[in-house]
Ligand binder design. Sequence first.
Ligand SMILES: CC(C)(COP(=O)(O)OP(=O)(O)OC[C@H]1O[C@@H](n2cnc3c(N)ncnc32)[C@H](O)[C@@H]1OP(=O)(O)O)[C@@H](O)C(=O)NCCC(=O)NCCS
Length: 177
Amino acid sequence: MILQQPQSTDAPAPPAAKAIFEPLLGRSSEYDRAKKILNAGRHPTFVGRDTVCRNALQGGLIFAAIDDADAGVAVVNVRTSTLLVLCVHPKYRKAGLGAALLEFLRPNFARVVESAVPWFARNGYIQLGDYKQGRSLRTAIMVRGGLTELCGRLATIYAAGCACSLTHTNETPAAKT
Ligand SMILES: CC(C)(COP(=O)(O)OP(=O)(O)OC[C@H]1O[C@@H](n2cnc3c(N)ncnc32)[C@H](O)[C@@H]1OP(=O)(O)O)[C@@H](O)C(=O)NCCC(=O)NCCS
């Protein structure tokens, strides 16, 4: 698996997620509610009823409300911890809501259209492999940066022959010598 490093080490630090919002769990019957935000926000890909409803049944449809108004929506495949859709209503953009919602959801992976890859990179996600050509747009899978750090630390511990890594083979550190 190829991990693509952020393009520049001079990239600005992830912005602080400041926006205060109320997360609301959407129901599988609320496609029209989600679609209203997606249409207003000109979401770059078409998001079908099936995607919204299927994931809503698993608890993966989340609205971000500000002052009782829907300001954003996200769809997550909770089984794979993959963000499929993220859209902030234009009226509420550039105020940290997108970053705050992403930080709240903390999906391990995100399926991201090419134009939004820099935004996810700003928010700590790293592109995995190459773009995949969709019907009209290219998409990439991105992984939460913290996840690779965790894997890196585990890899280091295992490589150093930590006792916990020997439990697989029923060896003890002493028996290994
Ligand atoms: C991407 C999106 C979710 C960001 O929401 P937001 O609430 O404005 O995000 P934040 O306030 O946390 O961040 C805004 C900052 O990101 C920048 N930004 C927005 N879109 C960007 C992009 N595609 N690439 C790079 N930077 C971007 C803004 O210019 C702003 O910069 P500033 O803080 O220097 O002014 C929102 O623009 C959106 O809904 N876009 C349409 C749907 C979309 O593309 N979703 C992602 C597809 S998976």
